[in-house]
Design a protein around this ligand. Structure first.
Ligand SMILES: C[S@@+](CC[C@H](N)C(=O)[O-])C[C@H]1O[C@@H](n2cnc3c(N)ncnc32)[C@H](O)[C@@H]1O
Length: 282
């Protein structure tokens, strides 16, 4: 008699398999992948634990599990994630938006007026641009990235969240930004020193776009470029706010100060790590 693979039995097997492959949250990822394969939410999954899985369902799910065991991020397999409690489509063309980046949005909202003009440099999935446009219905946002593939994803996310009419997506280079005048310049640029890449988790190192990660030899290249250009791109009293990596806040604050920005501020994330550095044009 052939063995019956119930939902629960498949989940238990998957949890062990993913854990062996080094996946941190094998059980949770197994649940989310299984729910997606069956077209259920997690509660629906629990309610169906005893149900036998059909061969076609098992086939589709096996593909998901193989990809996750190769350490492909869960979000790329599912094709979606959440940022700022909004839905975002993600593909391997874009960095998966991180919860830490919500701190940048929080700080930006504290400084924004209703009708702010905002520049998001290195928009990726459009996370920051879309969240700002969503929170500030009168604002205008310009979202720049060097990757046309990322811009296509960002555009989809603007449509998905109903803010596409207020974001202009532009292909451009953060080292040579087009002249304009903004109330806020926001950026979560690539900031990992090139030599640190080999030690990253496989999910990041082997799957996220390299151009979204590497910030030159010391990780600070993008900040130098942003600090250099910010004074010419900001209106008086306008702000440059950037997300920084662990241990970079002090040096980035010094770069902003050297660019004659004032009121230099550093905000920590919820783990206490200095995460967002800001400076104002006098
Ligand atoms: C760390 S990701 C941030 C993505 C998104 N803003 C977020 O916070 O999730 C950095 C982004 O900068 C873009 N980028 C890298 N080098 C660039 C350059 N020279 N000019 C413009 N964009 C660049 C990458 O394509 C990537 O989308």
């Amino acid at each position: 008699m052939s063995e019956t693979w119930t939902v629960l039995k498949v989940l238990q097997w998957t949890t062990g398999y993913l854990q062996q492959a080094g996946v941190e949250n094998g059980r949770l990822d197994g649940e989310l992948l299984l729910a997606a394969a069956l077209g259920l939410d997690r509660v629906g999954l629990y309610l169906n634990y005893d149900r036998p899985m059909a061969p076609a369902e098992l086939e589709g799910f096996r593909e998901f599990v193989k990809r996750r065991a190769r350490r492909e991020p869960l979000q790329y397999i599912l094709g979606t994630t959440e940022f700022w409690s909004l839905p975002f489509r993600v593909s391997p063309d874009v960095l998966i938006p991180r919860a830490d980046t919500e701190i940048l949005v929080e700080e930006a909202l504290k400084r924004a007026g209703g009708t702010s003009t905002i520049l998001d440099v290195g928009t990726g999935s459009g996370a920051i641009a879309v969240a700002m446009a969503h929170e500030l219905p009168e604002s205008q946002v310009v979202a720049v990235d060097c990757s046309p593939q990322a811009l296509a994803v960002a555009r989809d996310n603007a449509v998905l969240n109903g803010v596409d009419g207020r974001i202009s997506f532009q292909e451009g280079d953060l080292f040579d930004l087009k002249s304009a005048e903004y109330d806020l310049i926001l950026s979560n640029p690539p900031y990992i020193p090139a030599a640190d890449i080999p030690a990253l988790m496989p999910e990041v190192r082997d799957h996220e776009p390299r151009s979204a990660l590497v910030g030159g030899d010391d990780g600070l290249e993008a900040y130098r470029a942003l600090a250099r250009q910010a004074p010419a791109l900001l209106k008086a009293r306008g702000w440059l706010l950037v997300e920084v990596g662990i241990g970079q806040a002090e040096e980035v604050a010094a770069l902003l100060k050297a660019a004659a920005l004032t009121d230099i501020s550093v905000r920590a994330d919820y783990a206490g790590i200095p995460r967002v550095v800001g400076g104002q044009k006098p």
